[in-house]
Write a protein that binds this ligand. Structure first.
Ligand code: ZN
Length: 399
């Protein structure tokens, strides 16, 4: 009955979104855009995805009230009455449940002829719908797109999408940054394939190369920005951080030897008794070492396509093993803690835990709720990573 309205609404929504971000999306990209942010999407709710579920949920929520008003009210999902097609008889649930059953996993499907005893909350039903759609997209994707989809579904990867466009907080992202961020997330072709002017590698159409390229200095700039964010946050947590100071090696007891020239820690926390590290213990000194990796870089693609944050977790282990740094730090009574961010915004689980501890400390020190502190921090990091990536992109030629 509302088919035409639903189709028109979705068409208008798609047209408007494409105009706003300046990108032409194919059907798969539009499908992904309709997913929730934590599921790799943009959070655009299409009417066609929600109409049947909303109707079913409302029928479930009002059933008892309807029965109180009229004792003859029934859960009418049985055989259709009259001659009309089942899906246009508004009061009937048959067509609706039939369609909802195709949206949700087999084990959760509804049985006809009886009112479901389980809860019919719209949010819970949409979880099931979204899960089936998300799983189907990942299953049908190749390794390249899988890595992107997994990275985009990692916690915090979409934090910048929720950031208020506030100039005072430096949270306003430019049109180019929005276009770049959305395009990267949805796997849109952002440029023609061309040689990278800095490393002579291939700049791919999806702009993943500019997030992985080690030449040109962009990687260092982006790294320093995230490191500084972390340093400022650590300062607010009153952990007395030291920012890649010349005394870092001395702090770690590693001043001798050429291999220490790598400067193994960006922001050592000198008073970190309340910070729970990846090893599950607290220590008075924790050395945070920031890294940003692109999950679609050649070396990370395999791990990134298996699970969300696969690349970040793998690289965190690599960092600890490199030059035996974790063990050598331990001998100097310092815990070495890699903080690996992915270029789409996710962060390794150990780093996430450290940041949670810092958030808690900042919340106490500033009389702010932990939730607000965490939200602001992740929006800051998300926007800074996005700006850095977008800057790298525009420093390379666009064809
Ligand atoms: Zn390059």
């Amino acid at each position: 009955m509302i088919d035409s309205f639903v189709s028109q609404f979705d068409e208008d929504l798609r047209g408007t979104f494409q105009t706003v971000v300046g990108l032409a999306l194919d059907d798969i990209q539009w499908e992904q855009a309709s997913y929730r942010v934590k599921q790799s999407g943009i959070g655009l709710c299409r009417a066609s995805d929600v109409a049947d579920v909303a109707y079913l949920a409302s029928r479930g929520a009002t059933f008892d009230d309807c029965r109180a008003l009229d004792g003859r009210h029934v859960w009418d999902d049985g055989a259709p009455r009259g001659d009309g097609p089942v899906d246009v008889i508004g009061e009937w649930l048959f067509g609706c449940i039939n369609r909802v059953n195709t949206y949700i996993p087999d084990q959760s499907q509804f049985i006809f002829g009886e009112r479901p005893t389980r809860t019919l909350k719209q949010g819970l039903l949409m979880e099931l719908v979204n899960k089936k759609r998300g799983d189907a997209m990942i299953t049908s994707a190749g390794i390249w797109d899988k890595a992107r989809l997994e990275a985009a579904s990692a916690p915090h990867s979409g934090a910048w999408l929720d950031a208020p466009p506030n100039r005072a907080l430096d949270m306003q992202v430019s049109n180019a940054e929005v276009q770049y961020g959305i395009g990267r997330r949805l796997g849109v072709e952002l440029c023609e394939e061309c040689p990278c002017p800095f490393c002579l590698g291939v700049m791919d159409k999806y702009a993943a190369h500019c997030e992985a390229c080690m030449a040109g200095g962009d990687k260092t700039v982006n790294h320093h920005k995230v490191r500084d964010d972390l340093y400022i946050h650590s300062k607010r947590a009153h952990t007395a951080p030291r920012l890649e100071a010349c005394g870092v090696s001395r702090l770690l007891g590693l001043e001798a030897g050429g291999d220490t020239q790598e400067r193994p820690a960006d922001a050592p926390l000198c008073r970190a008794q309340d910070i729970i590290t990846g090893m599950g213990v607290t220590a008075s000194r924790v050395a945070l070492d920031v890294g940003i990796i692109c999950p679609q870089a050649f070396g990370h693609l395999g791990a990134a396509s298996v699970e969300p944050l696969g690349a970040a977790e793998e690289y965190a282990r690599t960092k600890c093993a490199r030059a035996d740094i974790a063990r050598r730090c331990q001998e100097a009574s310092v815990i070495f803690q890699p903080m690996i961010f992915e270029s789409l915004g996710g962060v390794s689980s150990e780093a996430d835990r450290i940041i949670k501890c810092l958030n808690k400390a900042v919340a106490v020190n500033s009389d702010t709720s932990e939730e607000v502190v965490a939200t602001r921090f992740w929006q800051r990091i998300g926007i800074d990573i996005l700006r850095g990536n977008c800057g790298s992109f525009y420093r390379r030629p666009q064809y």
